[in-house]
Design a protein around this ligand. Structure first.
Ligand SMILES: Nc1ncnc2c1ncn2[C@@H]1O[C@H](COP(=O)(O)OP(=O)(O)OP(=O)(O)O)[C@@H](O)[C@H]1O
Length: 353
């Protein structure tokens, strides 16, 4: 599936602003972004339930929407699965799954049976939706969407109605089935964890635009700007002024090439990429290329989060507040002096907006 230069405005305001991407068969692309950034509108345009002001959409290489063509939703080979997955309450599972198939359940028994088998729901074939748990309903909704074998499946926050504990299992199961089917999937979510877990490709959206797209690894480890970095985890920010392509901080100098002298930069690091060392009578670790220079800091407070501990520090020089995440239990008392280092390969430098 491919989308080119999609634009959609409401009341003169562009909510989808020159969006373009493609999704290969068997790939999951996640449209990720904060509420109101235009994800659902993009999905609706691809589905064909809304018309773009301009732009083109292709499914299987064929145009389904451009300046001249507008193929209706039911003829786009696109399946839909939305948040409330609305199974028909008056129909049993069998009829729900067969709903989009010519001839209904009676002529598609084998296909429906096989699909239900694959999501371990065969024993519920005669049940009605109200007799199923949320997770079971979700599995039925998934195979209902896949039954007509669409080339593209569009999913809008499909897991958000589910119990937290069920979600991971159902996500993995869904992913496995989608991969087997070879369907191109476009999934809308505002949860970075979900996108990281599900996506082959993340399309990060902000104010109607895709600000970055790529594999989850790339978005996490090479964000385009501070907001993109902050979308995936808490971040620490140090600010500094550039002089001669270098920025001086309590953690030593950072290379900031291409930024004019006198302008400010933000040096960003995720809490799990701080290194901590104990203080030995005012002596810190020697500088290294990997970790730069250590800066003396004091513990403000430490909290245990289960798998990890979160320790808040303030640096002696400059009073910079920094959060560090450490695996396991690490709860130093307040005011403990410690040396902090920033993993140089995990630091992002951005011009300050
Ligand atoms: N039919 C419409 N008429 C007017 N404005 C609309 C319409 N549909 C969407 N919008 C506006 O477009 C913007 C983007 O909405 P959209 O639903 O695409 O965002 P979203 O990223 O999916 O958000 P959420 O995660 O909250 O669903 C919002 O400001 C919304 O109010």
């Amino acid at each position: 599936m491919e989308v080119q230069n999609l634009i959609r405005a409401f009341d003169g305001q562009r909510v989808v602003d020159d969006v373009g991407f493609s999704v290969e068969a068997g790939q999951v692309a996640c449209l990720l972004g904060p509420s109101g950034c235009g994800k659902s509108t993009t999905l609706r345009l691809v589905a064909g339930v809304d018309l773009p002001d301009s732009g083109r959409i292709f499914v299987d290489g064929k145009p389904v929407c451009d300046g001249n063509i507008h193929i209706p939703p039911e003829r786009r080979s696109v399946g839909l699965m939305f948040q409330d997955f609305a199974l028909f309450p008056h129909l049993p599972v069998s009829e729900n799954v067969a709903f989009g198939l010519k001839g209904g359940y009676s002529t598609n028994r084998a296909h429906v049976g096989e699909l239900l088998e694959r999501v371990r729901m065969s024993s519920h074939i005669d049940s009605y939706p109200h007799e199923l748990s949320g997770g079971e309903q979700q599995r039925v909704a998934l195979v209902r969407a896949l039954a007509p074998q669409p080339r593209v499946l569009l999913m809008d926050e499909p897991f958000s109605g589910l119990d937290e504990r069920l979600r991971d299992g159902i996500r993995d199961e869904t992913l496995a089935l989608l991969k087997e089917e070879g369907t191109a999937v476009l999934l809308v979510t505002h949860e970075p964890d979900e996108a990281m877990r599900m996506a082959d490709q993340i399309l990060l959206m902000r104010d109607g635009r895709i600000v970055q797209q790529g594999a989850p690894y790339n978005l996490y480890n090479a964000p385009v700007d501070r907001q993109a970095a902050a979308f995936f985890s808490d971040i620490n920010i140090l600010t500094g002024e550039v002089q001669g392509a270098l920025t001086e901080t309590p953690f030593g100098q950072f290379l900031t090439p291409g930024v004019p002298d006198g302008s400010e930069v933000e040096i960003v690091i995720r809490p799990q990429h701080l290194r901590i060392d104990f203080d030995r009578a005012g002596q810190g670790p020697a500088p290294t290329p990997e970790n730069g220079t250590a800066a003396l800091a004091r513990v403000i407070r430490a909290r245990y989060l289960g798998r990890e501990s979160l320790v808040e520090f303030t640096t002696d020089q400059g009073g910079i507040v920094l959060n560090a995440i450490v695996p396991g239990v690490f709860l130093p008392p307040a005011d403990t002096p410690m040396w902090l280092m920033l993993r140089r390969d995990r630091v992002f430098v951005f011009p300050r907006d």
